[in-house]
Design a protein around this ligand. Sequence first.
Ligand code: SF4
Length: 669
Amino acid sequence: MSHRETHVTTCVLDCPDGCALEVEVIDDRVASIGPAVEAGTSFICGKVANFHQRLYHEERVLHPLRRTGPKGSGHFEVISWQQALEEIAERLLAVRQEFGGEAILPYHYGGSNGLLTDDLLDDLFFARLGASRLAKTICAVPATEVAVGMYGKMPGVAFEDYARAQCIVVWGANPRGSNIHLVPFLREARGRGAFVASIDPRENFGPGEVDLHLPVLPGQDLPVALGMINRWRTQGVLDEAFLREHARGLDPLLERAAEWTLERAAAVAGVPWRDIAHIADRLAESSPAVVRCGWGLERNKNGAQAIAAVLAIPALLGKFGVRGGGYTLSNNGGTRFDRDAVTGPLEWSTRRLNMTQLGRQIDPDAEEPLDPPVKMLFVYNSNPLVSTPDQNAIERGLARDDLFTVVHEQVMTDTARWADLVLPATTFLEGTDLRVSYGDYVAGGIRPVIEPVGEARTNMQLFGALARQLGMIDTAFSWSDEELLRRAVGALRLAGAPAESTLAAGSRQDYDFAGATPVQLETVRPLTADGKIQLTPTQLGPAPYAWLEPAADFPLALVTPGSDRLINSTLGESNVDTLTVTLHPDDAARRGLASGSPVRVYNRQGEVHCQARVSDKVRPGVVAMPKGAWRRSSLNGATSTALCPDTTQVVGGAACFNDARVEVEELTA
Ligand code: SF4
């Protein structure tokens, strides 16, 4: 007789929606995953509905593995956890002895992790070793820095309040791929007569879902926003009374905006000026009006400046103070997590290496080699070979015989394949964590719904065991995952109040602001030092709102947006589609290409062989390749990051994926 039970848990994958999941378990195997309707989630995405395929996938890493063949060959032998721990500890000590602690580089990112499994025990462990620190720049850094500078991470408009808005501008976001729970509210608002616009190089919405799509060229959101601001300035519709009372730094923004007539902005952005004007006018005349600012517009060298200009819009027009009016970026502004209260203050002041430039840090052919060189790379929560710019340099680095690479992973990713040691990692259905959504105002304690598959261990178990192996004496390394969760919940505040202790038992907590969703500038206020909105924050550097002309060394701008098949590179083991590059029909015709044509996409940095897909969903002059696709989906084993530069922004040293410029031609035998 089978044993059947259901569990409610919270999704931790990198998505703004903090879905409650109902997981059906039969005989300790996950049988199905669906929405936990009573916990407030009415539907979930197909990616997570099929997540159990990852649990039992043939490429699941079940045991510690040691490389037996050449690097990258994917040949491994099973070893015990104890052997793995001893070997890693020995290597860590040897590298530290010979080259110093900074020759050890932890490489990780926490998009699909909660508060326990990234930047907690792992940081304590690597700090104790004196390892290099990692600047986590791959995503969200410009947006976060700018938002903090302008508003002090003021909580944003809740998605359900979009239904009240009269004007909604979705800028650099694709809620149909990620953040799908926003879509019904957009529909509802539109049904009530709201104007909905999308600003994005790609058309992300279906017929009748938006009133106007502005297919701005990648990297040109800043001129569009400044052009709008200039129009409002000359029309005299700026809310001067509001700005006098609540904002600082207006003049530098207006001075820069004055350089941008709508015609000039339209010319560089490759869109009709009348469409920019139309969106600007609807924003100015509507209330509530809200801007959903995504992360798409930050992925280029003008990214931070563009985000700042977009976030200034509701302040300039006085759109705050009503429910459904203002902006949304990340909604984790309502949370405070005091990491030091959990593990104690960290003393860690070694060099900081920018994760976006991993390639040049480990590449044996690098023009400026690091001193000390990276001799040990410890990868977890990350798959840099397909998610970090300059794939070819990263591969050359991973191939080095003198670089020892450890990867803690759930499945045999492209990066894990190059490792010297692969360690089996739990998924969120097998481990303990604490998730605070960055979209919905909800937190969830995560408790295992099944036993770990194979010998998988959580990050905390891994770093605790390694620390003990190395004789580290911090008590935190001896805590159970449950104990760590309990302490983390105690260090968490939600909307100013302590988190409920029941989170430690795996429950969920919706939190609110003064009994409801937040109203910006009314129930939630700028959390800047003086409580004012800083329209020209110091984070923008010495030339705020200055526009840098995008590169034009190749004729087509490459964008690498997320898809509804992958979450970053997660699920690439199952959702293997043939890699495509999507071109506009005009660009395809000019090159004699049709859908299905094998093509070579190239620039000076690399080339990707894949299949053409012809669609007017991308604008002329832009081609799109999915973010995070695994190398097996490509005809030559290279994916989009082989074409993406590892250049960085002034703000936060952030990645500039969308600065890639390429050419596409038919692939001949
Ligand atoms: S990925 Fe997003 S939409 Fe899908 S289940 Fe998780 S939170 Fe919900």
